[in-house]
Design a protein around this ligand. Sequence first.
Ligand SMILES: Cc1ncc(COP(=O)(O)O)c(C=O)c1O
Length: 410
Amino acid sequence: VSLTRDAARALDAADPLRACRDRFRLPDGLIYLDGNSLGALPEATVERQREVVEEEWGEELIRSWNSRGWIEAPQRVGARIAGLIGARPHEVIVADSVSVNLFKLILAAAALSPDRPVLLSEAGNFHTDLHVASGAAEVARLRLDIAPREAIAGRLGTDTNLLLLTHVHYKTGARFDMAALTARAKAAGARTLWDLSHSAGAVPLDLNGAGAELAVGCGYKYLNGGPGAPAFLYVAEHLQERLVSPLRGWMGHAAPFAFTDDYVPAPGIARFLAGTPPILSLIALESGIATFDGVGMDAIWAKSVKLFDAFLALVEERCAGHGLECISPRDPEQRGSHISFRHPNAFELCQALIAQGVIGDFRAPDVVRFGLTPLYVGFEDLFVCVERIRDILETGRWREPRFAVRGKVT
Ligand SMILES: Cc1ncc(COP(=O)(O)O)c(C=O)c1O
């Protein structure tokens, strides 16, 4: 049997992460279930951004590159992300977007094994991954092989250069077994590049333990870095000196301020920087990551599992017969931290929910997604969300013409 509202309240009252909600500024009465797309605003970001703008930029001006540690921010913030993903501090750096980081790592990895012509990825992977892969494949003269999920392991062979996978699927939330697939690829002599956009800050990760060599991930989702926050990039220590970025910018140079004509890559992960880091956004990302301070990923994940199970039980009981089909895996080991449902009117349902103060999102063609971010989502939120879904479907209110209007961003 699913939760009653009182039982949901009791779970919230007993929740060890309950106080973390105060680390965020969320409008009163709004239920925000889209932190897998854009994380909520951390309370500390507001004051810290004011300080960076008014003091560091406004008063200290260009001196802040040294005096306020701006120049080390990509490494410093990367090291904090490393702590969340099971990497060593010097293996992660913050730079560019996921799309750009994918391009850099695909080309760098391709050059390591010029005798292996295939770049392998998954059909239905996040589209930017496939788009970037197609461009990078053209530049590196690789053949892009896009296989259905079940066929991927079987396609690994002596011709595979790189396996490019998104660890937690953006639509279904299905999660690959990172250690197992990385090992399968290694056994075939191939490298693996993981996109952790829906994993970092969402599920427990142990990149070093899984033998992962290359990864990228998003700063604006579970890491709460703000709209368009820079992304991160991971290269295992043993590979760092062997890889060279195809985007040879001055910030990735061994001595950017020597102003030499020749390119000499910086030692270690810094060679994956290209241009000047976006300091305001980097500092916002640093504030976002600080919302995880003192909270273990295990505690976050334990709550995520409970939130998912509670949500699913509520939907199955209270919305039965309304055509919602859960497409996320039921086994916690095989999923991420969002729950998705197929529904023929998913777009309109999502818009009607937003009009009622519950923000989830829609993914074409027929999926409605809800992000379960344990730092600021509670059980009563889910109860209210499911009640509103039921009401909208029962009354048919989603049919109102205004809910069919599609913006540029869906
Ligand atoms: C799996 C995945 N990769 C990449 C991205 C986008 O990356 P970026 O906008 O930083 O290029 C997203 C955004 O939703 C995503 O879900």
